[in-house]
Design a protein around this ligand. Structure first.
Ligand SMILES: NC(=O)c1ccc[n+]([C@@H]2O[C@H](COP(=O)([O-])OP(=O)(O)OC[C@H]3O[C@@H](n4cnc5c(N)ncnc54)[C@H](OP(=O)(O)O)[C@@H]3O)[C@@H](O)[C@H]2O)c1
Length: 359
């Protein structure tokens, strides 16, 4: 595979730091530019991040002395890289404009932000599930009048456990309705216990915008490309409650589900065990070998024990059993800044590279 020069826009933030960590020693992608707000621009990456470094490992040596660029200097950044990862904390309209400016500067954007998730010709991809949505990119390039620039996005971190768990059951059994309660880590808000001490020993029953994203985004992911746009499905109906809990990393979900044709527990387990997608078939560098892992133990998966399964890129599932109101219930877990954010972004970039969209 060809080597790609990569920029991280929002490199000083929680997700940006993950990107910088994941790009260290990546076989295809080389970190060329770190960019952030004008507050960080001109400083070394080490100075700009300072005490905010929140990754378990040390800051990569190659990143420490890099001078942070101003993300609004689009042409300058775009001229140095083959594509960017984007994870910024800005107003939605500003993010939309920034991402479009990079795409129009012929710099593909792989985004973790929500601003473009419902732009009809922007693919929102979980690579194991809907890689076929990348087929919409030529139509998007036509709209943007670009040759190589485009925007592809990742879905919200809250749904990265239950959408993969439900997906292999859809075709044969027809999921009709789902109720989900999520228990989400504080890194999902870009925070640590040091920067958000109120979260110690606490649960907050509100995460702005999260329930709507958790209910709506899966319908686009399961949608189809038609006439240059992605048309969302209209079912299953999904209802969600999202809670912030006192965990550093890892989003857990308690899921209730009903089907058109109720499968047996053995059939569900078999579907999970045998499920794999394009990243596994293509052998992409960041793909987990087994995407969905089922735990037999009643007290698993646990956030602290299981979030790093397969380098934080796998989904852990457990406690599948019959329910009194829905057909079944189970719990599932994924790492929010790895599979749910930067890791999922890197995997999406690998899929785009393997399919020639980054050439
Ligand atoms: N955390 C997660 O688990 C997670 C998961 C999925 C998606 N996301 C999404 O990813 C994005 C980033 O989240 P985060 O948790 O990493 O946030 P964060 O830790 O608050 O980091 C925000 C980043 O945005 C940069 N930024 C702020 N204003 C800017 C501006 N005007 N121009 C350019 N850069 C600017 C900051 O740079 P400075 O340091 O210079 O201020 C910093 O690098 C958000 O859209 C979030 O919704 C997060």
């Amino acid at each position: 595979m060809k080597q790609f020069r990569v920029g991280v826009v929002g490199a000083t933030g929680m997700v940006g730091q993950r990107f910088v960590s994941l790009l260290e020693n990546h076989p295809w992608f080389h970190l060329e530019v770190v960019a952030a707000s004008s507050r960080s621009a001109g400083k070394t990456y080490e100075e700009a991040v300072g005490a905010r470094w929140a990754m378990p490992g040390k800051m990569p040596e190659e990143a420490k002395k890099m001078i942070v660029m101003d993300a609004s200097q689009v042409k300058e950044v775009a001229s140095k890289v083959d594509f960017i990862f984007c994870a910024v904390d800005m107003k939605k309209e500003e993010i939309k404009a920034l991402e479009e400016a990079y795409a129009k500067a012929e710099c593909p954007v792989i985004s973790n932000n929500s601003a473009n998730r419902f732009t009809p010709d922007v693919p929102m991809v979980i690579p194991e599930i809907n890689g076929s949505h990348l087929d919409v990119i030529p139509a998007q390039r036509k709209r943007l009048q670009t040759k190589s620039g485009f925007i592809a996005v990742k879905s919200n971190c809250s749904l990265q456990s239950y959408v993969p768990a439900l997906h292999p059951l859809m075709e044969d059994f027809g999921v009709t309705k789902t109720l989900v309660c999520t228990y989400q880590a504080i890194s999902g808000a870009g925070k640590t216990f040091a920067t958000w001490p109120e979260m110690e020993d606490n649960v907050i029953p509100y995460i702005g915008g999260e329930e709507e994203k958790s209910e709506k985004e899966p319908l686009k992911i399961w949608g189809k490309v038609e006439n240059g746009v992605i048309v969302p499905v209209t079912s299953p109906s999904i209802t969600a409650q999202c809670l912030r809990v006192a965990c550093s990393d890892g989003h857990m979900a308690a899921v209730f589900v009903s089907f058109e044709k109720k499968p047996s527990i053995a059939q569900i387990r078999e579907k999970w065990a045998s499920f794999s997608g394009e990243p596994q078939k293509l052998g992409l560098p960041s793909a987990p070998k087994q995407f969905l892992h089922y735990f037999e133990e009643d007290n698993r998966p646990q956030t602290k024990l299981d979030r790093m399964l397969e380098n934080g890129m796998a989904v852990s599932i457990g406690r599948l059993r019959e329910d009194t109101q829905y057909d079944y219930k189970f719990v599932c877990l994924s790492h929010n800044t790895l599979r749910g954010a930067a890791g999922g972004g890197v995997l999406l970039a690998e899929l785009l590279a393997a399919k020639g969209y980054l050439d």
